[in-house]
Design a protein around this ligand. Structure first.
Ligand code: NAP
Length: 270
């Protein structure tokens, strides 16, 4: 399927995990893709290698690629990368706000700095990128598309991860508010809410069979998801197949949003 033929997309946090899978899926569908990341992790060399591989795959699909490094929480840096993309390509059609981080800590121990850092990347970053994309979309005919990577924790509380849960709830209303504000001007804004997906953000349980089994036991479908399964939902929302959908969050979570504790009738008298 080449539903994104000739489109130009920017994927934030596209160096690894879900973002990287989205970049590759978009290229499979015919889109030219700019990959953003910040190189915030220690294994920066591994990241560069992964980005180079993703760029090669994009080229193999006959699409153009570019890499625009920046911290999405930094207003000046965000303006710079949009300038770089639009200078190079003359246009942008699809923004994917995917960059995200999480930090775990009992809430009574969360520092203001850590709170600001998580909100800065996950919510301020999504806002700053959306604002730049909207300015560009409004400057030309044809509108545009914004897709935010939210989480099941947009609606499910996550004790021990207060800043993350707050940020994703914010992404939910960022999505709905922008969708309503710009619907009549050809801009569609949606979100994807992944459940537990096998990516580096989950390294705490990925390589530990016992912890992984525990994760699986909570998921109605019985397994964690893959980045490719999430990328497929992004591709749908980026394409005209979703032309009549705006302001929605599609949960791709193996049933995690279905109150899995109610799989058995424990709450009712036999
Ligand atoms: P990941 O593998 O850790 O990838 C995160 C990406 O974001 C990396 O490319 C990272 O690059 C980039 N990034 C981090 N801070 C950044 C910053 N300040 N500016 C620009 N880029 C930055 O995580 P993932 O699991 O693929 O998660 C991607 C998104 O999906 C996140 O928004 C996450 O909340 C959401 N999500 C994931 C899951 C899951 O189970 N995996 C579930 C629900 C939602 P650098 O480190 O090089 O900066």
């Amino acid at each position: 399927m080449r539903r994104l033929e000739g489109k130009y997309a920017l994927v934030t946090g596209g160096s690894t995990g879900i973002g990287r899978a989205i970049a590759i899926r978009f290229a499979e569908e015919g889109a030219n893709v700019a990959i953003n990341y910040h190189s915030s992790r220690e294994e920066a060399e591994i990241t560069e290698d992964e980005v180079n591989k993703a760029c090669r795959v994009i080229r193999e699909h006959g699409c153009r690629e570019m890499v625009v490094k920046a911290n999405v929480a930094d207003e000046t840096a965000v303006a710079r990368i949009f300038g770089e993309v639009i200078d190079a390509w003359g246009r942008l059609d699809i923004l994917v706000n995917n960059a995200g981080i999480q930090k775990t800590s009992p809430t009574e121990e969360v520092t203001a700095a850590d709170y600001d850092k998580v909100l800065g990347v996950n919510l301020r970053g999504a806002f700053l990128c959306a604002r730049e994309a909207i300015r560009h979309f409004l400057s030309r005919d044809g509108g545009g598309i914004i897709i935010n990577n939210s989480s099941v924790h947009q609606i499910i509380p996550k004790p021990g991860y207060t800043p993350y849960a707050v940020s994703k709830a914010g992404v939910g209303n960022l999505t709905r508010t922008l969708a309503l504000e710009y619907a009549a001007r050809g801009i569609r804004v949606n979100a994807v809410g992944p459940g537990a997906i096998e990516t580096p953000i989950n390294r705490a349980w990925l390589d530990d069979p016992e912890k992984k089994a525990l994760v699986k036991s909570h998921i109605p479908i019985g397994r964690a998801g893959t980045p490719e399964e999430i990328a497929a939902v992004f591709a749908f929302l980026a394409s005209d197949d979703s032309a009549y959908i705006t302001g929605q969050t599609i949960y791709a979570c193996g049933g995690l949003t279905l109150y899995p504790d109610f799989r058995t009738a424990w709450s009712s008298q036999g």
